[in-house]
Design a protein around this ligand. Structure first.
Ligand code: NDP
Length: 383
């Protein structure tokens, strides 16, 4: 098997570091071409020295000298800045780009990689939330595959492999419920940042962990699923499954339901997105039925966790509304992490932004960038 050229955007993050573990276990199958970080120069340098990629990018230009000086003797090319991310993904040696950076910043490099005909292993769900129609349309035109990394979407993808000609009637995205499952609005008034960051099942980056606590993550995944699998909003449902063993379910037209199961471990969906259509042997811990005598399911509480309802509303509204919700949420989550607002303010400000920008439309990347910018300024002014 010829080695697949691999670029990992966001290699210093939670998904990025796990992707490097997958690469290390299968370095006979991949050629590591590009690693990138935002500002964590120390870890990027460490990774580059260990894995010797062709090129690294540090998005924060202030860290360029540090990275350049550290890597000059290793014969690794070093670039800096946001534009460099979009340029390096087009390198000839790359076959697949893992987009593991966080937030709206993933949109332009992902589009650039698609333009160059590179397959995408997509962790950066915000890209599809903001520009699902443009991204999937362009991918189709360029013959590019988008392989999901999100565990729920990977589960659905794994269920429909071999069933591509069979129609999906409905999908159920499973949600753990996060650290605040079962809490009331009254309870949520006083929760702290540390409590919100304490996810029961998954160890992830800070932004997605807060999104999981507020159920915004599930909302973003609903919109992501719509674009990845070409579904109508009424074909997507969310079910809370606190044990995170069933990673999502697909119901076909004959009523049969398939699910993909396993312990919560992101390395598996990362690996499948990179190895598809093959499955590589792994030593990931195996699921033991005796450890989980009760797998339970319950309805999500969309009244208390308003963000989930907001995402369904945004999906059904104008084509700019998911971009509005995403931009507002990136600002409010950051403000919560900086302890400038309370937990419940996240959804309240997100809702205000959706009302303020109701009816917004954006049909090009430039218009989406401008809309994202306006929403950020508006939400900043509220905070
Ligand atoms: P982290 O915050 O752990 O890592 C983010 C990575 O992106 C880091 O390498 C960071 O660099 C880089 N980055 C952040 N902002 C920018 C920017 N503006 N420009 C360029 N690079 C940037 O995030 P996660 O790994 O948790 O999540 C990554 C994506 O994957 C998100 O979209 C998330 O929703 C999705 N996802 C994550 C899962 C998980 O288990 N973590 C599960 C499913 C999906 P630096 O280190 O220098 O800051």
């Amino acid at each position: 098997m010829e080695k697949r050229g691999l670029a990992i955007l966001g290699s210093t993050g939670s998904i990025g570091t796990q992707a490097l573990e997958v690469f290390e276990a299968h370095s006979d199958k991949f050629e590591l071409v590009v690693l990138t970080a935002n500002s964590n120069a120390a870890l990027l340098i460490e990774q580059a020295k260990k894995y010797l990629p062709n090129t690294v990018v540090i998005a924060d230009e202030n860290r360029f000298e540090e990275v350049k000086n550290a890597l000059w003797e290793d014969d690794i090319k070093v670039f800096a800045g946001k534009e460099a991310l979009s340029q390096v993904v087009q390198m000839d040696e790359i076959e697949i780009v893992l987009t593991a950076l966080v937030g709206f910043a993933g949109l332009e490099p992902t589009m650039s990689a698609i333009e160059a005909g590179k397959n995408i292993a997509l962790a950066n769900k915000e890209t599809l939330v903001v520009a699902g129609e443009l991204v999937t349309q362009r991918a189709q035109e360029k013959g590019v595959n988008i392989y999901p990394v999100d565990s729920e979407h990977s589960a659905i993808f794994q269920c429909i492999v071999g069933e591509f000609h069979n129609k999906i009637e409905k999908i159920y995205l499973t949600a753990s419920g996060g650290p605040f499952r079962g809490k009331t609005t009254e309870d949520l008034k006083s929760v702290t940042k540390a409590q919100a960051l304490n996810h029961p099942n998954w160890d992830m980056g800070a932004k997605i962990t807060i999104d999981s606590a507020s159920l915004m993550n599930k909302g973003l995944e609903v919109i992501e699923a719509k674009w990845l699998f070409g579904l109508k909003p009424e074909q997507i449902d969310v079910i809370v499954h606190p044990q995170s063993i069933l990673h999502s379910l697909v119901q076909f037209e004959d009523g049969s339901i398939k699910s993909q199961m396993g312990l919560p471990d992101m390395k598996l969906p990362i690996q499948f997105a990179l190895s598809y259509p093959d499955r590589f042997k792994s030593d990931f811990p195996r699921f033991n039925f005796a450890d989980f005598p009760n797998l339970t399911f319950e309805q999500p509480d969309k009244d208390t966790f308003k963000n989930l309802q907001l995402a369904f509303d945004a999906m059904g509204a104008s084509n700019g509304m998911p971009c509005v919700l995403n931009a507002a949420n990136e600002v409010t989550v950051q403000a919560f992490l900086e302890e400038k607002i309370q937990f419940l303010d996240i959804a309240n400000y997100n809702e205000k932004a959706m009302i303020h920008f109701s009816g917004s439309s954006a049909s090009s990347i430039q218009e989406l960038i401008a809309l994202d910018d306006s929403v950020r300024s508006y939400v900043d002014s509220l905070i």
